[in-house]
Write a new protein. Structure first.
Lengths: 227, 233
């Protein structure tokens, strides 16, 4: 019942998004805008001013900014009509609702990254595809960690009047480890001497963060959602 | 699925929001076949009581038992026996009436193909089933929301102002439906401040004012006069 409920929530979120493409289009537009704005500052004579850190930093900042926008909008839909309350009445563990929402956020962010990565590779002349497996591992583990914390805070703030202000205030400090791991892990694959072991180490750290973030969220979700 | 409970009992239940006490030491019970009208003016605490009965709001004090079990003890199986129609309708406005009902049917582990067509028919929306709910009038949305709350045949049906936006024909259909549900053994608790609609429908009247239960008695004629005497407005 747990997995079935989580997948139903994911399927429902996808069905709503397919009706309007509102969240995916705004998230992609925002992510692309971030990359372009940073390119004005950090690209000189066709090259990034720092070939390792600039593309990695821009990638993860764009993910963090666009992710915040996406998470906020996904939960705004549950706030309108107070549908979250109907989900919480389902005869399934309430944490399954969290997992369903988390899967939706992760899917949306991964789709955004599908556009971001080639764009950053092109704009900053970054060899992001030189080490596809470690790079994909960093992206997936970092995205899950960011989405896990974001989904938990967005759920918690769904009834708060100040949710639009509070979400970034809570989300960014708690996801600093994700951004550090993502940036340094990605940068380790972009230098003149790429280091897969260093990227793997950061991936392991991100995986550990994911386990802690998801476990904590599953534990606190129901108490946080009951008024 | 656990066995259906035959009684819901609130014992000394309170709910505080900071220093504000929305519900103060209310004790109340309702059994199978009863339609309890939770009456009171705006802000009396009716919606908070409905929220606590639905397990979505935790009492600050006291206990709520569903056939002897608390919400924590009953867990997901207990929630599967509760139907809630709140003031906010719990519908996805982007989805059609059919998609909404299919989603909630599946969420309750039901075969959507078996139950949704009948629910759409009961809501009188056969010809608008595939239209987005956002294009519906309040009354149409209210009918879809009522079917959503009834899809899984709940043992405890909680309704907060269920007649909002309904025309006379729909009101009659809903009241007939509630009577049939009670006859089949469901416990129906409806919060309203519409005394005319409550009169003749409810079998028991619980009047709430300023968070306190001021009256709990079998329904009788002269509800309006009794209400005015107790609430004073």
């Amino acid at each position: 019942m747990f997995l079935k409920t989580a997948l139903l929530v994911l399927k429902k979120d996808v069905a709503i998004e397919v009706k309007s493409y509102e969240i995916i289009s705004t998230t992609l537009f925002f992510a692309v805008s971030c990359v372009l704005i940073f390119s004005f500052a950090f690209v000189k004579e066709g090259e990034a001013v720092n070939a390792e850190l600039v593309p990695a930093g821009v990638l993860w900042i764009a993910v963090a900014f666009a992710g915040l926008l996406a998470i906020g909008r996904i939960f705004e839909r549950e706030r309108y009509g107070e549908t979250m309350r109907a989900l919480l009445l389902a005869p399934a563990p309430r944490s399954a609702i969290y997992v369903g929402k988390l899967l939706g956020v992760v899917l949306l962010l991964l789709l955004t990254e599908l556009l971001l990565v080639p764009m950053i590779a092109f704009v900053f002349h970054a060899p992001l595809f030189a080490w596809p497996l470690p790079f994909a591992g960093l992206l997936v583990t970092g995205t899950i960690g960011f989405a896990a914390i974001g989904t938990m805070f967005a759920s918690m703030l769904i009834r708060s009047r100040a949710r639009e202000v509070m979400l970034p205030i809570l989300l960014y400090p708690f996801t600093i480890p994700v951004l550090i791991g993502g940036v340094w892990g990605t940068a380790s694959l972009l230098g003149e001497e790429p280091s897969v072991p260093v990227a793997t180490m950061w991936m392991a750290i991100l995986s550990a963060y994911d386990v802690v973030a998801i476990t904590l969220s599953l534990w606190v979700f129901e108490p946080l959602m009951i008024e | 699925m656990s066995a259906p409970f035959d009684r819901v009992e609130l014992t000394d239940v309170s709910r505080h929001y900071g220093r504000r006490r929305a519900v103060k030491n209310i004790s109340l019970s309702a059994g199978r076949g009863e339609i309890v009208g939770l009456l009171g003016p705006n802000g009396a605490g009716k919606s908070t009581l409905i929220g606590m009965l639905s397990t979505l709001i935790a009492p600050s004090g006291g206990t709520i038992r569903y056939g002897g079990r608390t919400a924590d003890e009953g867990g997901p199986a207990l929630r599967g026996q509760i139907g809630l129609l709140a003031h906010e309708l719990h519908l996805y406005s982007e989805l059609s009436a059919r998609q909404n009902l299919e989603f909630f049917a599946q969420l309750h582990g039901l075969d959507a193909a078996a139950v949704v067509p009948a629910a759409l028919h009961a809501a009188g929306l056969d010809d608008r089933a595939d239209d987005a709910v956002s294009g519906f009038s309040r009354g149409m949305r209210q009918r879809v929301a009522l079917e959503r709350a009834l899809l899984h045949g709940p043992q405890l049906l909680l309704l907060d102002e269920p007649f909002t936006g309904l025309d006379d024909r729909a009101v009659t259909a809903v009241t007939d439906r509630l009577r049939r549900l009670a006859d089949r053994g469901a416990i129906v608790i409806l919060a309203t401040h519409d005394l005319d609609l409550a009169d003749g429908l409810v079998t028991r009247v619980a009047i709430v004012c300023d968070g306190k239960l001021v009256s709990d008695e079998p329904a009788s004629t002269g509800l309006r006069g009794r209400y005015r005497a107790l609430v004073g407005r």
